[in-house]
Write a protein that binds this ligand. Structure first.
Ligand code: BES
Ligand code: ZN
Length: 648
């Protein structure tokens, strides 16, 4: 209700100058041929450079801003921007200090409140500069304002933004389409004891006056504009890589991420030079809704990656890979998120293979493949099978839908299968050439297909059923499978467990030793310990269990202490399994503590979902959500809330 009120105020404020009679004012988003998820009239007029003047006010949890758009104008009389949850104060035309106010109108909110509102600004055919004076509101969904209790220091607050897919419009009035690229600069004022960072060239030192200037000199899509403000320290890792984190965490981060320079060397050797200057990672507070976000020059990362044993660094390989796939070559629309994510997962797996060897990399990939199989099976069941296509129909739908194992893992297996067919050497040469040919541009599925046809398939004289892969649901029958002895072993151990046995029972083994010149046979007990296997082997094991009853989960927990694991992947898989039996109630404090602390949606949502599958569990889920929701970013909060709503 409070949100409704704010929106009402926004609409009213928007009309405080003479409303425009421009017919575009009534234009429906669904009629925009340029982007299913943006109101912007990019063909007529589009931003090429954005300068932001921002003041970050923690007390009011508000950013006061001016968005200064330099525009390429094809003779438009209206410039259309996207906004959602913003208060627009005034709009002016012209360069700074030579500005004159102009009329603007704010269109209605779309009926599902996904896309927000069009901001229509009256311009003339020669207008080059449009300046929008605004402030954010509580409905600015990109922003996560953390009060001191939710940070490591417990004494300083924190703010970060999450733009992808269409949340940049909730903190900047902008043409919020991945098809438009712009450079940006910013002058940001923050409290003098906090450091500000952006997806741009960054400071490493606190500025006493709290003023920071940023430049992103390479053209990027709007979803990659990002800001973070907090009590942040920096540590250099060498080779143009470094880590930022809250002071308490920065040493841990430097240890956990020490392979970054090596990843960078591997990535460049694979697909060409890194084009963005430095590569730094910022570790955010626990509420961050993703494992990582590839904001250029400054990947945002989840603190759950800090496991102490580097077991989750593939997330960094993934975000680094986006510096090519996604940030250099960007999906033209969210319908082709697979062109960003599938390519990136394939690239990530190649980096991990170079670092850890093929066997380990294959185990990591198998975990994802099993998840994909399950996702596709579920889609079949709840009649969303169409969404298992790589290219999605997202008209009138939240682009968030595209973020599933399909774009990521089916996308990656598209490239694995292609690799098997044409050979690694040819695929690598193709991808390298693809990243350089389309650098700083966007790409649609059709353009990708044309390029694939002419530059890879025709040249190698091969036929590839890419149409099935891209436009048909499910997994094509030629999809490559991963096979490795260690995968077979752990998956068959899961089957033994499913048959009521304990595959990890201590085994007696005999060993010959030499003592006082005599050979002697000694008996030892061999028992698998938690530390003996990779995290990802345990994930394969837990993932292959078919809903064991509580007492059997308890047995396993006694042996391996999964509930106590310091690894959030294990905790998530384990809690999901527990929630499908009564075991969840035995370890309720552990589940409650995890959901109260961690906000990564990939973990949080499946646990709530599994809990909600029984009436008693649903009650518990609601109780935990009620307690924890203020610790989540809106992305996670909204997804869990929607799911719980559906369960009644
Ligand atoms: N770019 C994505 C996150 C994203 C995708 C946000 C679509 C909003 C819409 C990021 O690179 C990502 O894929 N993160 C994954 C990492 C994993 C696949 C290694 C995550 O957070 O789980
Ligand atoms: Zn990604």
């Amino acid at each position: 209700m409070r949100h409704l009120l704010i929106l009402l105020i926004l609409v009213l404020l928007g009309c405080n100058r003479a409303p425009s009679t421009n017919p575009a004012a009534t234009e429906q988003l669904t009629e925009n041929p340029q982007d299913d998820h943006s109101y912007a009239n990019l063909k007529q007029i589009n931003t090429t450079h954005l300068h932001l003047d921002l003041e970050v006010d923690f007390a009011a949890q508000t950013i006061y801003g001016t968005a200064r758009h330099r525009m390429r104008n094809n003779g438009a009389d209206t410039a259309i921007f996207d906004i959602k949850g913003l208060l627009i104060q005034k709009v002016t035309l012209g360069p700074k200090n030579k500005e004159r106010e102009t009329d603007f109108t704010i269109g209605p909110m779309d009926k599902d409140s996904i896309f927000g509102q069009a901001l229509l600004v009256n311009v003339d055919s020669t207008t080059q500069y449009v300046n929008i004076y605004y402030q954010t509101t509580e409905a600015s969904a990109a922003l996560d304002w953390l009060d001191t209790t939710l940070t490591s220091s417990k004494t300083k607050p924190f703010l970060y933004t999450q733009g992808q897919a269409i949340l940049t419009r909730t903190w900047i009035p902008i043409q919020d389409s991945p098809s438009n690229r712009l450079t940006y600069s910013a002058d940001v004022k923050v409290p003098s004891d906090l450091l500000a960072l952006m997806s741009a060239k960054n400071p490493t030192q606190l500025q006493k006056n709290g003023l920071y200037h940023f430049e992103m000199p390479r053209a990027i899509p709007s979803y990659l504009i990002a800001l973070a403000v907090g009590d942040i320290a920096f540590k250099d890792l060498g080779h143009n890589c470094g880590v930022y984190a809250e002071k308490e965490l920065v040493d841990n981060c430097a240890n956990e991420f020490e392979d970054l320079p090596e990843m960078m060397r591997v990535a460049e050797a694979l697909y060409g030079p890194y084009k963005w200057g430095r590569y730094d990672v910022l570790v955010l507070p626990y509420s961050f809704p993703f494992g990582g976000m590839e904001n250029p020059m400054l990947t945002f990362a989840n603190p759950t990656l800090l496991t102490g044993d580097k077991s989750l660094v593939s997330v960094l390989a993934h975000e680094l890979a986006h510096s090519w796939s996604g940030n250099l070559v960007t999906n033209h629309s969210w319908s082709d998120l697979w062109l960003n994510e599938g390519t990136t997962v394939y690239f990530e797996e190649r980096i991990m293979e170079a670092l850890k060897g093929k066997e380990v990399a294959d185990i990591l990939a198998q975990v994802e493949f099993r998840e994909l199989e399950q996702t596709i099976a579920e889609m079949r069941q709840d009649s969303s099978y169409e969404d298992s296509k790589l290219h999605l129909n997202l008209v009138n739908r939240d682009p968030d839908i595209a973020m599933s194992d399909v774009a990521y893992v089916k996308g990656a297996f598209f490239f694995r299968t292609l690799e098997q067919m044409v050979g690694r050497k040819k695929l690598d040469a193709f991808l390298k050439q693809y990243f350089s040919h389309f650098a700083f541009q966007t790409i649609s599925a059709d353009e990708f297909i044309d390029y694939l046809e002419s530059e890879l398939l025709a040249k190698s004289g091969k036929d590839f059923n890419y149409r099935d892969w891209i436009f048909q649901p499910g997994l094509p029958s030629n999809c490559v499978r991963i096979a490795a002895p260690r995968i077979e072993k752990i998956e068959s151990q899961a089957q033994l467990f499913n048959q009521g046995k304990n595959p990890f029972k201590a085994k007696v083994s005999y060993k010959w030793v030499r003592k006082n010149g005599k050979r002697k046979r000694i008996k030892t007990l061999v028992q698998t310990k938690y530390q003996d296997l990779l995290i990802q082997e345990w994930q394969l094991f837990i993932g292959a269990l078919s809903n064991p009853p509580a007492y059997r989960l308890q047995e396993l927990d006694k042996q391996f202490a999964f509930s106590e694991s310091g690894n959030s992947e294990i905790l998530c898989n384990w809690f999901v399994l527990a929630a499908k039996s009564d075991y969840a109630f035995q370890i309720e404090p552990k589940i409650t503590a995890f959901l109260g602390k961690v906000g990564r949606r990939k973990y949080v949502l499946p646990i709530y979902e599994a809990l909600a599958s029984s009436p008693k569990g649903l009650q518990l889920a609601k109780r935990i959500f009620h307690q924890s929701k203020s610790n989540y970013h809106s992305v996670t909060r909204r997804s869990v809330w929607k799911m719980l709503q559906k369960q009644g």
